[in-house]
Ligand binder design. Sequence first.
Ligand code: SAM
Length: 273
Amino acid sequence: MEGILYIVATPIGNLADFSPRGQQVLAEVGLIVAEDTRHSRNLLNHYGIKTTMRSMHEHNEEHQVGALVEKLRQGVSIAQVSDAGTPLINDPGFRLASAAREAAIRVTTIPGPSAPIAALSLSGLSVSRFTFEGFLPAKQGAREQLLESLATEVRTMIFFESPRRVMAALGSMERCFGGSRRVAVARELTKLHETVHTAPLVELMGWMDEDPNRQRGEFVLVVEGASGVVEDHAEAYRLVQLLAKELPPRKAAAVAAQFSGAKKNQLYRSLME
Ligand code: SAM
């Protein structure tokens, strides 16, 4: 009998989020493959799990895969975990899962927490179509080149960002997407200081600056997709702002819409934002 490879999601902050089935699988498999064994030891100790662990991270995954597939072939079941959330999602495990599948070994999942999905569900932004972009490039030039290429993306976009670069990333987004684009900053999800704040970029930077604690911890940035109207009718958005100085908002939106062909409701909403 061959072993089974389990892809096991673990908590992203709150240890109580670990599913009973996840606990059972980690306790019963022959080996746990962890991104960082010291980190996963906390989870195992919390649940009294004593299974042997081996470390597998992005730098040694390729070398480990052959031996692990061999173990699976010999009948040892293996659980793959990462430091937090769902393995493979910007975390190690892809090569092992692919190799196991190619070797016709059963690969299954113990689903659970994942920071991008948790952030999306709390963002207040459209969830019907979305794209996951992982970490933004650290250097401003590369970051803005990537963001420029996403400026007309209509789906909601999900990014990871480190606390050191979160303000720089928001600044780049404002330059590439415009100040009216709404972004949700999802911070420290499931932890004591969980905060989710959604606002147009033009306001968001100020809100982040008001309290330095808002720039600490782990972040997911969820960005509203381009509306098409923003892209095609940038002039209309400037016009409605000018008209609103003289006219009530609804009237300003109606006149700007008539003049530009942009949608009245969207122009009105941009004023309300
Ligand atoms: N595989 C993981 C998952 O499914 O959630 C994601 C791994 S990725 C290397 C780690 C990044 O996820 C962090 O740098 C941060 O951007 C985000 N993240 C993880 N936990 C988080 C949390 N509790 N709150 C907000 N963001 C979090």
